[in-house]
Ligand binder design. Sequence first.
Ligand code: ADP
Length: 418
Amino acid sequence: MSGQETKAENLSLEAYKALYKIIRVILQMPKTVSALQEIVRLARPVFIFDNIILYELEIDQTLAPTYARSVGRGRSTEDDMVWGEAIAREIIQAGEIVEKEHQTSDIKPNRLNQQYYLGFPIKKNQQITGALVFIRFGGPPYLPEQIQLAGLIVEHVEQLLERRYLVERVTTLEVERQFDRLQENFVATVSHDLRTPLGFIKGYVTTLMREDAQWDAETRHEFLAIIDDESDRLTELIDNLLDSSRLQTGTLPIDPQPVQVGALLRDFIQRASNGNYNLQFRTEIDPSARSICIDAGRIIQVLDNLVGNAAKYAPGSTLTISLTWEAQQAHISVRDTGPGVAPEHIEYIFKRFYRVRPSDGDARGTGLGLFICKQIVAAHHGKIVAESVFGQGLAFHIYIPCDDFLSESTTQIQEIFV
Ligand code: ADP
């Protein structure tokens, strides 16, 4: 506890009852701030104060006010933070209760010029971690019984903070555990996905190099085509991994230029239709020649990903790519007629490494594609959402605002791991 020996025996009946209620609040209210609010409400009738400020020491030893409440009239807590902080520093240095009177000489009403501070150190495992400061304007000075009651309240605030610390620790451990698990899955998936194309490349190259075998031109061409395909797959995987790590560090380069979205989409669909996809393409493009500021390469990367996914997970389906202009945004959608995604998975498919069926037969992947799409669209201040009728298809809707707001060449994206 905070320096002073505090016992509840000498308290008045009212103070004792208030203390009892405060203890119950601490046991019942899981949220620190709501519990503090309630403690202030219960304590105030038996222990008059105008402001209460809780300061906590940060890792770098700076003091941060983590809770402040003004219950008296005519003052705002901010006015007293500075002074409260000076007292809090004194308490932390002395390691004991500090009681102080402070007279200001401004022209505010008299009562407010005379401030009585009562501050207690806050401890965790015998270490001082902060201070709780009560401020009363215009007196009277704190009575011994009030100091005793405040001391008991502080003990319970310490318990409350201890509980918050434990909850935070458990949460951190859970996130760390989850992250470790993700890392393990990631390493397993990525090494498998890197090894598979590498294995093919190595196998076909070794076969072609055999001196005891002759290959006709057609077979050689077939082998080389496989090596070519698998090298492309490797490049794509490595690009995805790089993008994903740039997203994690917040340095995905975005180079926005005015682009006619309709023309961009028509070119893209033309190219995709000539590609080797097992899909029927349909287009519904608004004919207007409107431009918005986007990084065309990155938006094409998003579309490539969605088309690639449709080919993997909805082969043989009709893929409709449409563009409409809404109030202040372009709305691009990519809709297939494949199996779709079950409702319980839909909210997760944009998460890093998330795959609906982790070992999806021929449909290889790492669960990075949609995560990257989401981040790229977010870097354009837009959003991407998925809509699925299970068994009937999946649609992705991309909304990009029309304002010419993208002027920086690099966006800062904050991403947590799950
Ligand atoms: P990957 O394809 O590498 O697994 P993505 O992030 O691109 O990763 O996609 C995440 C998951 O979303 C996929 O594993 C798949 O289960 C599901 N998915 C994506 N696109 C489709 C689609 N068009 N139809 C059905 N499922 C899809």
